[in-house]
Design a protein around this ligand. Sequence first.
Ligand SMILES: Nc1ncnc2c1ncn2[C@@H]1O[C@H](COP(=O)(O)OP(=O)(O)O)[C@@H](O)[C@H]1O
Ligand SMILES: [Mg+2]
Length: 278
Amino acid sequence: MARNKQGQSGNQVTGRICVPSDVVIDVRNVSKRFGGLTAVNNCSLSVRRGSVTGLIGPNGAGKSTLFNIVAGNIVPDSGQIIFDGNDVTGLKPHELFRTGMLRTFQIAHEFSNMTALENLMMVPGDQPGEHITKAWFRPGLVKSRETEVRKKALDVIDFLKLGHVRNELAGNLSGGQKKLLELGRTMMVDAKVVLLDEVAAGVNKTLLNDLASNIERMNKELGYTFFVIEHDMDLIARLCDPVIVMAQGEKIAEGPMADIRANPAIVEAYFGSPVEVA
Ligand SMILES: Nc1ncnc2c1ncn2[C@@H]1O[C@H](COP(=O)(O)OP(=O)(O)O)[C@@H](O)[C@H]1O
Ligand SMILES: [Mg+2]
């Protein structure tokens, strides 16, 4: 359903592309240069539907640039991004949002004066209430849509066990609660894929555990696919299969974390120097 909306956005849609049906994101030969620096170098990788796929690699490997390309924030110099069988290369983030892909975002400063619940209710786009003419002529429609959004927001709050802070201003939430709220915002639209770029950075171990178990529950109970950049290797090992390793703008390996950790060549590329592997 969401897929059809893409065709209405006025962007060129090149039609269905042939990819295995279990592939939800297919990155094909993507390159991006910043001046003389090649951040992403003819990189190809794919994310399987229903997986929690990890993306690791040393600083400067090109992970965030790749995410930004997938999320539509950066247009690649060459290559294609296929999302759910459609070529979405060059689509803007809000257009991708409608296709059912969503990147998490930081709680923007202006939202810190809204409650946790209101923050969630802000997320869905295309609400009739946003259009003054519709609101004027069809107040009933606006009201029922608002009720629906509120109900969904309450469900999300419940799922994340944030009920006790639902009326707290977002600005007053702890760092970990803000992260959960951020995750919750992805649940307000039925995103097929959630991209997380170091979402656990600066979160303490207890909250990290909370965040990780919510990601696991969203994946297992609600069927979300995750594509996760993370520095915390224990978190990657717990959550992700497969793990993709990037170095110097390219994918250098993919597999279960145990295999990645046991491969001296990968460990060397990752840490930049040989590491003894027992
Ligand atoms: N907007 C930009 N302008 C110039 N160089 C950039 C920009 N974004 C990233 N880079 C460079 O591209 C390379 C890859 O960066 P990045 O994708 O952030 O890597 P990672 O997320 O793996 O640490 C780095 O050398 C970085 O300095
Ligand atoms: Mg990065």
